[in-house]
Design a protein around this ligand. Sequence first.
Ligand code: NAD
Ligand code: ZN
Length: 382
Amino acid sequence: MSSSNTAGQVIRCKAAVAWEAGKPLVIEEVEVAPPKAMEVRLKILFTSLCHTDVYFWEAKGQTPLFPRIFGHEAGGIVESVGEGVTDLKPGDHVLPVFTGECKECRHCKSEESNMCDLLRINTDRGVMLNDGKSRFSINGQPIYHFVGTSTFSEYTVVHVGCVAKINPAAPLDKVCVLSCGISTGLGATLNVAKPKKGSTVAIFGLGAVGLAAAEGARIAGASRIIGVDLNAKRFDEAKKFGVTEFVNPKDHDKPVQEVIAEMTGGGVDRSVECTGSINAMISAFECVHDGWGIAVLVGVPNKDDAFKTHPMNILNERTLKGTFFGNYKPRSDLPSVVERYMNKELELEKFITHEVPFSEINKAFEFMLKGDGLRCIIRMDA
Ligand code: NAD
Ligand code: ZN
């Protein structure tokens, strides 16, 4: 990889632009400005679609910001670096991440937090931190960024703190899914819920994030993994991920937390919610055993949602937690998650159910809206 011919220059390339909420993306030629201080420009090779992209593209629950380039789950190569960037160089293999790690703030210095003061997820910001401007434009019209990554573009500019440098031997068409969803689910279980060996774990939502959470429960040695989903089509797929029992809330005329309490003699030891539905969040909390149960929220709620439960549920020694990106610090921890795949401890192939060329990116949206499959890899060079 040589960067000498493009470094410092504007790159013209293809990007999938969302002009309006809920309308198909349009492949356009965009101009991508060179990276400024503490930024890097990446050549994206593979990207995939996560529910969070669909949610902000639909823009039903939040303030819409268009035109915008979505995408935050991806793998690529550093094309050039801006001033002050010392730990990345052209040619490095990287995963961009929607939440960052500045390595300087109190959160970055705390062992417990990955909520970097400078670079934590901000879904409302559509510009770079450095100068409050976008690096993307079409004939001078700025196109907004999304969560600091905007990977539905052949080239993108990202803050250096949102880029994890990984083993160059790792296949980017597989490990790109670790850039968001799979690490999120895995870490929600391994780093936050922390089930003990032999425990009972309920997973709400059996999309890629939930199944990664189930994978974490399997790795932790859970004896029962109860999958909860409204879509019965998910259950067959979930068996491959070690989910041992299934509950479809639609099949019962009482709240799913009561069904689970009956199945488990009072509740599960741990639950992980990966749906984005407020009802599922409340059920996931209320289905954990009193005395020791821990529930972890991962799904992104709607703007006006409020979590309602009787305080007695908390007094009875249940714990409610939440996490972004599975509590992983992107730069420090993601390389080791990639190594879990390289060591065959973690299987990523089973999460990848579709693949489309960049020109057909809208199909990936259709798959997700239909609830068909888990992750669709979008090949940028095709
Ligand atoms: P997905 O759409 O593939 O999967 C969600 C699943 O939840 C679907 O199978 C759906 O049928 C099921 N579901 C919806 N409502 C339900 C309910 N009330 N009860 C039971 N099941 C229900 O999505 P995904 O890509 O796996 O993402 C899951 C969630 O995680 C989304 O909300 C996404 O925005 C969020 N997310 C959060 C983070 C984070 O860092 N916190 C990171 C990535 C994704
Ligand atoms: Zn920080």
